[in-house]
Design a protein around this ligand. Structure first.
Ligand code: PLP
Length: 833
């Protein structure tokens, strides 16, 4: 590592101002140097790029503060209607390069760092990912707040500041090993602690009721064990527009008296240790994707998020309006990211009634006009339920309120469908049985004015299946908001070469109006343009190889088709189907069936939930198949398989520009939307996919001729599930039979007998909900069409360009515009200087 000595002479750069930051480059460099040497106390002897990264980030974030305060105060002073995005997850990834892009200072800062003898890339790489989420749901929240700021909408993100984010994944002997992700170890220069907005959160205790002077029943929640929620704010700059919105994350801490009680009893050490119990609440992110798990600590987290965020909004409201809540619903709206924060429905009732003195009817009218709920899953096993007993113990007042909400709701239902007992029990927020449960999705639906799914098919299936009774009751509540991704991070920042070509061709309007990418369409016919497109894709593939080389010694070939599946490992996403295809290709090579071969590099990455047995087996299988194939001299360059460890946001930023083929192969009807599919499309990858989630809309936008479709439809899956016979399918398909035999004879687990028996059993089970065998033939045939298409490079390039050109719909700017027009109804606020 080179020593870092900064030149003291004037930089040679010709770019002398950072106009968007209101500062000259010289002043900016002076800031940087002052932070580096005075605040961080480093000099030329320091070889770690981390401190230069910190100094740079401090210099940039300094210049954001003025705008941030101005945005904050403008919202407050104009008393505009505001929205709050409540989410247990914000999968932000890195901040530095995105901040530079949105501030319009990327080139100038690169130049400034270069003049100082620093490699900007190295500084960027030294930032840890903020991995405060599992996958798609958390990344969606991050893309949403970027788009809200860019659209100048007064929206605040509320979440939790986990001390440990998503675990880091090691692969040891082919198996996933989880390592804790202490992402805050070296501090976080982008956040500001704001203890002045601390709120008190109650747990435990019991309730007492009395009748007040007006004859209303009043309840107090007493003898509670309280903790404090302290906010940490991160600035969210819009794209070159002066708006800086806020992401406010709560950290749990102990109250003063919490310690004092014990201290007076003489147990000083115990009392300090007890502080840990309070702080444990926001210690770690639960690493389960699409899976409910019912742990008490998780319910504490959910309540902390809901209560702290609602108190924050209400305190600010009371500061401006006193205890007059008549306009509260007209001026505030909460979007619930899945059911995780849906206890907010009951908590808003509690705060309005118990703390601010409203009566039930008024509080309920406000709540139902204030909450909006987004559903993210069709898997019944992922729908959250909490045991009533746990609820009563931990949150007795909230449990009472939920029972009251349910009683009112059941009365509404029975007035609408008199005598329909079946419907009452189906729709009840309380699930009866040996043990009672609270159905959080139903609480969210009953307490909200809007319920949306995240892709057209998903929203339709919610209305016809999971939430059918509710849809029949309130058809007007239900709507669709197809997901998106932010084109700033997922095209402009992660693929600057492609972004530059696009801007040089059609201008830079696409950065804030992605539908303009349509203008690229005619250039698919332009040979010179295609050549540039090709060079950029090949360059990105080479970069991906270099990046991958850090962890692997596999010899990848840049002319092979790069076939990529990166996402959480889950049976419904069918990484297994992908591996079966790879084994089939291997089998073809071994039996000499290689006429007209297309070389292929298959890249698979993703984390499995630590307790998800089958997902972990699938990771092991991928790694075992990979080591057999990659070391077989008969295979050579024809086929490679690599498992990419520790898939995360910063990895995807390198992966999606270098992909030729995007694998979106979930069982139809199981993937709510998918957003990885959109990132790949934007970067010119072609999709091989089922008619599931947003794949359907991707295919509609780009046209069937530019999409590799395969597999059963959702209706066919549903129909076939009643008489599914995988063994018959296997026996009738020579190729599949051979693949299964290779697995059965232990070809990929020579020294680990029986290792994949459970995987084999799942494929052969007539109850396999993912129907892997059913889609095998159609998948293999579609892959053959891919190979043929890739052979005609000029045609492939046209398809690649057309995919990018048709990706405009999948910008979160469009998604958020839809949320705003149809749900939130906020007026944009421009920030004046
Ligand atoms: C986009 C993204 C996801 C979501 O991927 P899907 O293919 O939609 O499941 C998950 N994790 C990370 C790190 C992402 O960037």
């Amino acid at each position: 590592m080179p020593h870092r000595s900064f030149k003291t002479s004037k930089p040679k750069s010709t770019i002398t101002i950072l106009p968007d930051l209101g500062v000259t480059e010289q002043d900016f460099i002076a800031d940087f140097k002052r932070y580096y040497s005075h605040r961080l106390g480093r000099d030329e002897n320091c070889t770690s790029p981390h401190y230069a990264y910190e100094a740079l980030s401090m210099a940039i974030s300094d210049r954001l503060i003025e705008r941030w305060k101005r945005t904050y105060n403008t919202y407050k002073d104009t008393d505009c209607k505001r929205a709050y995005y409540l989410s247990m997850e914000f999968l932000m990834g890195r901040t530095l390069s995105n901040a530079m892009l949105n501030l319009g200072i990327t080139e100038a800062v690169e130049q400034a760092m270069y003049d100082l003898g620093l490699e900007i890339e190295e500084l960027i790489e030294s930032e840890p990912d903020a991995g405060l989420g599992n996958g798609g749901l958390g990344r969606l929240a991050a893309c949403f707040i970027d788009s809200c700021a860019t659209l100048q909408l007064p929206v605040t993100g509320y979440g939790l500041r986990y001390e440990y984010g998503m675990f880091s994944q090691d692969i040891v002997n082919g198996e996933q090993v989880e390592k804790p992700d202490h992402w805050l170890r070296n501090g976080n220069v982008w956040e500001i602690e704001r203890p002045e907005y601390t709120h008190r959160i109650k747990f435990g205790g019991h309730t007492e009721s009395h009748i007040d002077e007006l004859g209303n029943k009043r309840t107090s929640w007493i003898d509670t064990q309280d903790i404090l929620a302290v906010p940490y704010d991160t600035p969210i700059p819009g794209y070159r527009n002066g708006t800086v919105n806020t992401l406010r994350l709560w950290k749990a801490t102990a109250t003063e008296e919490f310690n004092l009680q014990e201290f007076n009893a003489g147990d000083y050490a115990e009392s300090v240790a007890a502080k840990n119990t309070a702080e444990n609440i926001t210690m770690v992110l639960y690493p389960n994707d699409a899976n409910e798990n019912g742990k008490a600590l998780r319910l504490r987290q959910q309540y902390l998020l809901a209560s702290a965020s609602l108190q924050d909004v209400i305190d600010s409201w009371v500061g401006r309006h006193g205890n007059d809540f008549s306009e509260f619903a007209a001026k505030n709206t909460f979007q619930l990211n899945d059911t995780h924060p849906s206890i907010a429905v009951a908590e808003l009732m509690r705060l309005l009634m118990d703390v601010h003195g409203l009566v039930w009817g008024d509080a309920w009218a406000i709540t139902r006009k204030t909450m909006a709920y987004t559903n993210h899953t069709l898997l019944p096993e992922a729908l959250e339920r909490w045991s009533v007993n746990l609820f009563k113990q931990m949150l007795p007042r909230l449990m009472e309120i939920i029972f009251d909400i349910n009683a009112h709701f059941m009365a509404e239902v029975s007035a609408h469908w008199p005598g329909d007992i079946g419907r009452l029990s189906r729709m009840s927020i309380i699930e009866e049985g040996n043990e009672q449960y609270v159905r959080m999705a139903y609480l969210a639906i009953v307490g909200s004015y809007s319920v949306n799914g995240v892709a057209a098919l998903h929203s339709k299936l919610l209305q016809q299946g999971l939430f059918r009774d509710f849809y029949e009751f309130w058809p007007g509540k239900f709507n669709n908001k197809t997901n998106g991704v932010t084109p700033r991070r997922w095209l402009a920042a992660c693929n600057p070469e492609l972004a530059e070509l696009i801007t040089a061709t059609i201008g830079n309007g696409w950065l804030t109006d992605l539908s303009l990418l349509k203008k690229l369409e005619p250039f698919a016919e332009d040979k010179k343009f295609r050549k540039r497109w090709y060079e950029i894709k090949q360059g990105a593939k080479q970069k991906l190889i270099d990046y991958k080389k850090l962890e692997h010694d596999v010899d990848f070939n840049v002319d092979a088709i790069f076939d990529v599946q990166v996402k959480r490992v889950h049976e419904y996403k069918r990484q297994l189907l992908n591996v079966l295809h790879v084994i089939h290709l291997y089998d073809r090579i071994k039996r000499g069936d290689t006429a007209n071969w297309t070389d292929r590099c298959v890249l698979i990455g993703g984390k499995a939930a630590p307790g998800y047995y089958m997902a972990k087996k699938i990771i092991k299988l991928i790694n075992n198949v990979s080591s057999v194939i990659n070391s077989d001299p008969d295979v050579g360059r024809k086929l490679k398989l690599v498992f990419l460890p520790n898939y995360r946001v910063s990895a995807m930023e390198k992966i999606c520009p270098g992909a030729d083929l995007s694998e979106q192969i979930s069982t139809a009807g199981k993937e709510a939307s998918g957003t990885g599919n959109m990132k790949f499309m934007m970067n010119g990858a072609l999709t091989i996919g089922t008619l599931d989630g947003a794949n359907i809309e991707i295919r509609e936008e780009v046209g069937d001729e530019n999409f590799f479709l395969f597999g059963l439809t959702e209706e066919q899956v549903e129909e076939m599930s009643h008489h599914y016979d995988p063994n018959a399918i296997i026996n009738q398909d020579e190729d599949l039979l051979r693949v299964i035999r290779l697995l059965e004879c232990g070809h990929f687990n020579q020294f680990e007998p029986g290792l994949f028996d459970d995987i084999l059993a799942s494929i052969k089970s007539p109850h396999d909900p993912w129907m892997t065998a059913a889609d095998f033939r159609s998948f293999i045939d579609a892959q053959k069409r891919v190979e043929a298409a890739y052979k005609d490079q000029e045609h492939w390039l046209k398809m690649s360009i057309l995919n990018c050109a048709a990706s405009g719909k999948f910008s979160t700017d469009r998604t958020i515009t839809d949320y705003n027009n149809e749900i939130w109804k906020l007026a944009p606020v421009s920030i004046k200087f």
